[in-house]
Design a binder for this molecule. Structure first.
Ligand code: ATP
Length: 871
């Protein structure tokens, strides 16, 4: 649900007389006060809220809106809160999820003046084409687009596939004598459907001639009966087509062109888990109603239905369920029909129940989570997920609370089932990494899982995020992945990926991996390494070790590939320790070291005692130097130490403000550097300083330059300060790639954008800073090109900050305080020209955001740019 709508629903349900303030909404929803105020004002403009006159301003529900909302609610109690308009389409499962766009198109086609628009529904057999067609007709009646008793005539063209003349007569009618046996005149289906809908299923069976006749009818509403070459008939018929075939290869282009709306319904297995759940459930529910029995299905059977891979899609699932229930009905006499997996009749695994009299409660319970994942926007930055998680969890809790009161949802089996699974597996798995979650945290975890699984609107595209620091999250990702393996049964990849992403961020907040240096245990045997690693992790209470088991059948080469895949994804700047059990593994050094940024230590003949000793040191934040000083004599082991920051020429990026910025600078640098030849490493600032102080030139002999955001001097290695770069100071330590002037300019520009992005992001309330920055970049280029100037860096930063916030200000119609002081009358020729040029430069922004930028705003910009463009 959109945040604004969430707020409205909350006020509608919870606040009675005195209303809410922006402050109270901000606290309840965990958002900023000005954002809350913006939403409240929008709701006021829409007439949904009224504004009081006292300070602080109170917003409340106007009395008549409240009444209408109540009435609407009473009419349909299955309505999810977010739904603005109720129609017959709500029977079509997925109508507010994967089918939302499809339904919107259907409504648009029905409502198009004067006679609607022709539509074709494409999709495999049994996906719901005929059902949708019948709902379109019902919607047209409901919305008054056709008369109450308007006909809905259906013809399956496949029935006449081999006899186009007969099909023609069925459609258009015939006159007496039109063909042998035509003893009297007969009206066709077009006449029968006059004033309503004609639905032609399997339309690809229409012959070319019949397609031509039909498109003539679409164009003119006229047709001729078979055998009549003189008279035209007229009818006012809305046409709907459906096909399982590719319309481009089966229908004439001229015919296709007459069909403005083409919609596609996906296969059953392409639907989200939540939608499949609803479909299967609704079919069992129907049977419970028809047979007047409670139905109880074991979970395995239920899952089978959810994953049924049949050509007939939803239709096949529905018939299978019908047959199943019919068989149970004829064989069982009890009040409750039991449907169990053959051979598992006595199993006491959990069951799903469909209770006849409780239908409505049940349906609305599954709509609790409708749209809930909508607060995570695809493409959002990883760092933002944490913020949104809070809102997400609050919303889940609130919706559950609301529904608990009304529906006693807790009794619903699948919720209980997932809760049990989470309770049983989370701590068992985390234990082997040295952690455990408390009851409340497990509660949060399972609620997030069910909210995503049962959000029937969560569908389709993979959830991509930006700014992902893989190395930072790698270990949390491993833990979550193992938990999800244990908890999820049927899911599609996108659901899993989404859960994996948000839960990884969530877990990184709940447990903290303390040891900074990564350590791997590699041992021969099925489980030797994993048992040792989990024992050590558990005793140390930290995820120090990752295990790599090497059963007899696995070759060292294969293990090396696995280890390297892992090592590439983790932080190795500070070093890596490998504990191995014997010879062949010990010699892995040269195969792995190329992926290790820091020093590498290999210890052979590993024992649990040593793993614990080392693990506690790592947990205690020992650096690699201290590790190399450990007394090995008591363990009867050998340690090999390989020094090296990077084996290749490298550039080090280090920022005092944290790794996030360093990673982003690294990303920019990698566009200009050949990363096959040069490594770009990020390094903790204090660690870098320590190493520079301690180390000799030898340690950094492969380092070309160190990039920092804070001045840092070193005699050992060239240092390039980002601030100097922004200010345009040339520096002899520019790496070679930057000797090219154009490169330096582009690179500097990217860096400026990065820094301004942070600044802009903290100023913007609604707009996506990354998108706005791109747009402002175009604006700056526009001015540079027009005035043939190159704006100095400080001015560019100023413009980025000013212009992006100006766009948002104009969008929400807030005036800048400075605007008052701008005199738009009596301005000189140059500024008039500037306004004209600016209008052109801002044209696409104005079109995109549908805003009008005032002359006063341009004059403000003029003041900023004046000194440069007057030169
Ligand atoms: N979204 C849905 N919500 C609820 N029921 C559905 C939905 N989609 C399909 N069904 C049910 O599935 C069954 C099969 O649908 P339908 O007959 O409309 O499929 P079809 O695509 O027209 O199949 P065919 O191409 O074989 O004619 C119907 O009984 C319908 O009620």
């Amino acid at each position: 649900m959109e945040a604004k709508e969430e707020i409205y629903q909350y006020i509608r349900k919870n606040i009675k007389e005195d209303g809410v303030t922006a402050q109270s909404i901000a606290e309840i929803f965990g958002i900023k006060r000005n954002v809350a105020s913006h939403y409240l004002n929008l709701l006021e403009k829409e007439g949904k809220l009224q504004k009081g006159t006292n300070r602080p301003v109170h917003f409340s529900i106007p009395t008549d809106t409240e009444k209408k909302a109540e009435e609407c609610n009473n009419m349909i109690d299955e309505r999810p809160a977010a739904q603005k308009e109720v129609s017959v389409f709500s029977k079509f499962i997925g109508y507010n999820g994967s089918m939302e766009q499809v339904i919107e198109k259907c409504k648009a086609a029905v409502n198009y003046p004067v006679n609607g628009l022709t539509m074709i529904i494409c999709g495999a057999s049994g996906v719901g084409k005929s059902y949708l067609a019948s709902l379109i007709h019902q919607y047209a009646v409901e919305s008054g687009a056709v008369e109450k008793n308007a006909p809905f005539v259906v013809l399956n063209c496949a029935d006449y596939a081999n006899n186009s003349e007969l099909l023609s007569s069925v459609l258009f009618g015939h006159v007496k004598g039109a063909f042998t046996g035509a003893n009297e005149e007969k009206q066709g289906l077009l006449a029968e459907a006059d004033g309503g809908y004609l639905f032609l299923d399997e339309v690809h069976n229409l012959s070319a001639e019949n397609q031509e006749k039909l498109f003539l009818f679409i164009d003119s509403q006229k047709y001729r009966m078979l055998g009549d070459s003189k008279n035209w008939q007229t009818a006012k018929v809305r046409l709907l087509f459906a096909t399982t075939e590719d319309i481009h290869s089966t229908l004439l282009a001229t015919f296709r062109r007459r069909i403005p709306f083409e919609i596609r319904i996906p296969d059953f297995l392409e639907r989200s888990y939540g939608e499949r759940f609803l479909l299967v459930s609704s079919f069992f529910q129907n049977e419970a109603e028809i047979l007047k029995k409670n139905i109880c299905v074991d979970s395995e059977y239920f899952r089978r239905m959810l994953n049924l891979h049949e050509e007939g899609n939803i239709g096949a699932v529905k018939s299978k369920i019908k047959v199943l229930c019919a068989q149970a009905y004829s064989q069982q006499r009890e009040e409750e029909l039991r449907i169990t997996t053959p051979g598992k009749e006595s199993s006491d695994s959990f069951h799903f129940y469909w209770n006849r009299p409780e239908k409505k409660k049940w349906m609305s319970s599954y709509q609790i989570f409708s749209n809930i994942t909508g607060c995570f926007v695809p493409g959002m930055n990883y760092s933002k997920i944490e913020e949104v998680l809070d809102l997400f969890l609050q919303t889940i809790t609130r919706r559950l609370e609301e529904n608990k009161k009304e529906n006693n949802f807790c009794e619903i089996p699948p919720f209980r089932h997932y809760e049990e699974k989470c309770r049983n597996s989370i701590n068992k798995i985390l234990k082997s990494y040295g952690y455990r979650l408390n009851e409340l945290e497990i509660d949060e975890f399972y609620k997030m899982v069910i909210a995503v699984l049962f959000d029937e609107t969560f569908f389709g595209a993979a959830f991509k995020i930006s700014g992902y620091e893989k190395k930072k999250y790698r270990k949390y990702e491993v833990m979550i992945s193992r938990i999800l393996d244990a908890v999820l049964e049927d899911y599609n990849d996108n659901v899993r990926e989404f859960l994996q992403t948000i839960l990884t961020v969530w877990l990184s907040d709940k447990v903290k991996v303390k040891s900074k240096i990564n350590a791997l245990i590699l041992m021969h045997g099925e489980h030797s390494a994993s048992s040792m690693a989990s024992l050590a992790n558990e005793m140390i209470g930290d995820y120090v070790y990752e295990a790599f088991d090497m059963p007899i059948q696995v070759h060292t080469e294969d293990l090396i590939v696995k280890v390297n895949d892992y090592v590439r994804d983790i932080e190795t700047n500070e070093g890596l320790v490998l504990l191995v059990d014997m010879g062949s593994l010990e010699r892995m050094y040269d195969k792995i070291s190329c992926n290790v940024d820091g020093d590498l230590v290999i210890v052979n003949n590993v024992s649990t005692a040593f793993a614990l000793e080392l693990g506690f040191s790592l947990f205690d934040k020992a650096d690699i130097y201290r590790i190399t000083q450990m007394d090995m004599s008591q363990f009867n082991m050998k340690m090999q130490y390989y020094k090296g920051l990077s084996q290749k020429p490298n550039i080090i990026v280090s920022c005092i403000s944290g790794e996030g910025i360093a990673v982003e600078i690294k990303e920019i640098l990698s566009r200009y550097v050949n990363t096959d030849e040069i490594d770009i490493l990020t390094m903790d600032y204090s660690e870098l300083k320590k190493q520079l102080n301690r180390g000799s030139a030898e340690d950094f002999h492969n380092t070309i330059v160190v990039f920092t955001t804070t001045p840092l001097s070193s005699t050992v290695v060239p240092v390039m300060n980002v601030e100097d770069l922004v200010n345009g100071f040339t520096n002899p330590s520019f790496p070679e790639f930057m000797l090219n002037k154009e490169n330096v300019r582009e690179f500097t520009n990217d860096i400026i954008k990065l820094f301004t992005l942070k600044g802009v992001a903290s100023r913007l309330r609604f707009l996506n800073p990354e998108v706005v920055m791109q747009e402002v970049d175009q604006v700056i280029r526009g001015y540079e090109n027009y005035y043939h100037v190159q704006l100095p860096n400080f001015l560019r930063i100023n413009l980025f900050l000013h212009t992006s916030t100006m766009i948002e200000r104009v969008l929400v119609k807030e005036e800048s305080g400075k605007i008052d002081s701008i005199d738009t009358e009596g301005i000189n020729e140059e500024s008039r020209k500037f306004i004209e040029v600016s209008k052109d430069i801002f044209k696409s922004i104005m079109m995109k955001y549908k805003i009008e930028i005032s002359d006063a705003e341009y004059l403000l910009l003029y003041q900023i740019l004046q000194s440069v463009i007057q030169k």
